[in-house]
Ligand binder design. Structure first.
Ligand code: CFM
Ligand code: HCA
Length: 535
C-alpha cells in the first residue's frame, strides 16, 4: 500500500499531492486504539472528479426527503428538484399515520426561470406555497434553496414566515444552497438545525410504550427501516420517531419525549442527538443494524440501557429466534465468499457499517473511505477537540442550545450512568471506521475517479462498492460494482432478514464472471481508447 500511495501521489502536481496524501492514509491501530490522522471534510481539488454531492442534496434529498407528510418545495431551477425526486429510494408507509398523507411521490419545485433569476423569485415562491396548500392541505411545507437563490438573495425565511402566518400551518425554509460547505455534509447540519428550531418539541404528549426510543440516521433505503421496525416491535421496543426513514412530521414534533436516541448514521444526524440531549436530557448511543452480529449487539445495548430484566430476556429470545436462519444462510454462502476482497467508497457511514456484513462473509476490506465523512467518522469522536474549524465549516450555523427550563428531564441518574459506563457501556460515543480496520488497509477520503481506476488496475478487487456515477466505469474494468446507496434496487440489507438478502446478493456478484467476459468499447476498437494526461 505504501508503494501504491507513492505511485499515485507521484502523478499529481506537488501541491495536489501534498493535499491528497493527507487524505490517503495507510491504517495502523495503536495499542490505545489510536489511528493515524486523516484529513477530511475539506474542499475537493478542482479538476479531480469526485463522488460528492451538494449541500442541497444533503438537506433536502437526504435528511428531509424521506418524511412523507411535509411538502418539500425546491426553490430553484427544475433540475435540482427533479434529480432529488425519489432517486434515493427511501420508502415509506403512509398507512402508519391516520391521514395517510404521502407527498414523496410528487416533485414540488418553483421551476425558476431567467425572469426570476433577474427580478427575484420570492413572488413565485409565495405562489408555489399557496398552490401546494390549496391542492393538498398539508400540515407543513418546507422550502429548500438551491444555488441561484443564494446568489440573487431571495429571502426564503421571510417568505416562509409570511405564508405561515397567512395559512396557519407550519412553514419553514432552509438556506441550503448547493455551494454551502464542501459536500452534502453541510446540508445535513442545516437540516438538523431547521428541524430542531421549527419542529422538535411542538408536541409534549407522552405516548404509550415502556421502552421508548428514537432511531436517528436511518433513512429506509430499500426498506431497511421496515426491517428494523419489525425487530423493535418483536422486542417490545417503541420507536417514537425515526429520522427520517418512514417518518412523519408529528413524530418529529413529539420525538423529545423518547427516553433514548439511537444513532445509526452518525455523520448525518449527530447534531439532532446532541441538541436534544442538551435541551431535553435525552441521552444518545451509537447503534448499527447493518450486519446480524451488529444488530444483536445494538439490541443488547438498548436493553442494557433500560436495564429491565424483562426486556433483556425478550431481546435474547428474539436474537435466538432470528439468528439460526441468518447463520444457515451465511454458512451456505461463506465457502464461496471467504477471502474475496472488497473496496468500499460511500457517503459518510456505510463504508464503515458494511464492513460488518463483509466480515460475516469472510471477505476482506482492502480499502475504504467516505465521500464527506469528518475526522470523527474515521478516527472516532475522541478527536473532536483536535478538529480545526475552517472557514467552510464556520459558514454553517451552530445553534446555541440551552436546557429547557420546564422540560429538561435527565432520563437516567448520574449514578446509573456511571454504573453503566463502568461496565463498558458507551454514551455519546462513536469510535469511527479506522480502529476497526486492519493495519495496512488504505483509508482514502473523497476518492477521485482517477484514483478509482488506479486502485482497480493495481489490486483487481473482487467487488467495488460505490454509487451510480462510479458503477459503469468500474464494470468496464471487468469488476462488479455493488451500489451501497440505492442497493441497486434491492434490499433491505439491515437487520436479520436484510443480512440474508445481502449474503445472497454478494455471493451472486463475486462468483459470477459476467463482467470479466465483457469487453469495453475501447478494448474492441483501439481508436476509442484515451489516456489521462498523467497515466
Ligand atoms: Fe448517512 Fe445515509 Fe450515508 Fe448519508 Fe448519503 Fe445515503 Fe450514503 Mo447516499 S445519510 S452518510 S448523505 S448513511 S444518501 S442513506 S447512501 S451517501 S453512506
Ligand atoms: C446524494 C444521494 C446519494 C447518491 C447516490 C449515488 C444516494 O448524495 O445526493 O451516487 O449513487 O444515496 O442516493 O448519495
Amino acid at each position: 500500500p505504501e508503494e501504491v500511495k507513492a505511485r499515485i501521489m507521484a502523478k499529481y502536481p506537488p501541491k495536489v499531492a501534498r493535499k491528497r496524501s493527507k487524505q490517503f492514509v495507510i491504517n495502523k491501530v495503536g495499542e490505545d486504539g489510536k489511528t493515524p490522522v486523516i484529513n477530511a471534510n475539506v474542499r475537493t481539488v478542482p479538476g479531480l472528479m469526485g463522488q460528492r454531492g451538494c449541500c442541497y442534496a444533503g438537506c433536502k434529498g437526504v435528511v428531509l426527503g424521506p418524511t412523507r407528510d411535509i411538502i418539500n418545495i425546491t426553490h430553484g431551477p427544475i433540475g435540482c428538484g427533479f434529480y432529488s425526486w425519489l432517486t434515493r429510494r427511501n420508502q415509506t408507509d403512509p398507512e402508519s399515520t391516520p391521514d395517510g398523507h404521502n407527498f414523496m411521490t410528487y416533485c414540488f419545485s418553483t421551476d425558476m426561470q431567467d425572469e426570476e433569476i433577474i427580478f427575484g423569485g420570492e413572488k413565485k415562491l409565495k405562489q408555489a406555497i399557496q398552490e401546494a396548500y390549496d391542492n393538498f392541505k398539508p400540515k407543513a411545507i418546507a422550502v429548500f434553496s438551491t444555488c441561484p437563490v443564494g446568489l440573487i438573495g431571495d429571502d426564503v425565511h421571510s417568505v416562509c414566515r409570511e405564508m405561515k402566518e397567512k395559512l396557519g400551518i407550519n412553514i419553514f425554509g432552509f438556506s441550503c444552497e448547493g455551494y454551502k460547505g464542501v459536500s452534502q455534509s453541510a446540508g445535513h447540519h442545516i437540516a438538523n438545525n431547521g428541524i430542531f428550531k421549527h419542529v422538535v418539541g411542538l408536541d409534549d404528549t407522552i405516548k404509550e410504550g415502556k421502552y421508548r426510543i428514537n432511531l436517528l440516521g436511518e433513512y429506509n433505503i430499500g426498506g431497511d427501516a421496515f426491517e428494523i421496525e419489525r425487530i423493535f416491535d418483536k422486542c417490545g421496543i417503541t420507536q417514537v420517531a425515526a429520522y427520517s426513514g418512514n417518518s412523519s412530521i408529528d413524530a418529529f414534533a413529539n420525538s423529545h419525549t423518547a427516553d433514548l436516541n439511537c444513532i445509526m448514521c452518525h455523520r448525518s444526524i449527530n447534531y439532532v442527538a446532541e441538541m436534544m440531549e442538551t435541551k431535553f436530557g435525552v441521552p444518545w448511543i451509537k447503534v448499527n443494524f447493518i450486519g446480524a452480529e451488529a444488530t444483536a449487539k445494538s439490541l443488547r445495548k438498548i436493553a442494557q440501557y433500560f436495564g429491565e430484566q424483562e426486556l433483556i430476556d425478550k431481546v435474547e429470545e428474539v436474537i435466538a429466534e432470528e439468528l439460526p436462519e441468518v447463520e444457515a444462510a451465511c454458512a451456505e454462502v461463506r465457502p464461496r465468499t471467504e477471502g474475496k476482497r472488497a473496496m468500499l467508497f460511500v457517503g459518510g457511514s456505510r463504508a464503515h457499517h458494511y464492513q460488518e456484513l463483509f466480515g460475516e462473509l469472510g471477505m476482506k476490506t482492502l480499502s475504504a473511505g467516505y465521500e464527506f465523512g469528518h475526522r470523527d467518522d474515521y478516527e472516532g469522536r475522541k478527536v473532536l477537540p483536535d478538529i480545526k474549524v475552517d472557514a467552510d465549516s464556520r459558514n454553517i450555523e451552530e445553534l446555541t442550545i440551552e436546557k429547557d427550563p420546564e422540560r429538561f428531564n435527565p432520563r437516567i441518574s448520574e449514578e446509573r450512568k456511571a454504573e453503566l459506563e463502568n461496565s463498558g457501556f458507551e454514551f455519546n460515543d462513536y469510535d469511527g471506521m479506522m480502529p476497526e480496520m486492519p493495519d495496512g488497509a488504505m483509508v482514502i477520503d473523497d476518492l477521485s475517479q482517477w484514483e478509482t481506476d488506479q486502485l482497480i488496475k493495481i489490486f483487481k478487487p473482487d467487488l467495488f462498492c460505490a454509487g451510480i456515477k462510479e458503477k459503469y466505469t468500474v464494470q468496464k474494468h471487468g469488476i462488479p460494482l455493488k451500489q451501497l446507496h440505492s442497493y441497486d434496487y434491492g434490499g433491505p440489507y439491515a437487520g436479520f432478514k436484510g443480512a440474508i438478502n445481502f449474503y445472497h446478493e454478494i455471493d451472486r456478484m463475486v462468483n459470477s464472471r459476467v463482467w470479466e467476459y465483457m469487453k469495453a468499447p475501447w478494448d474492441k476498437n483501439p481508436e476509442l481508447a484515451a489516456t489521462y494526461a498523467c497515466d
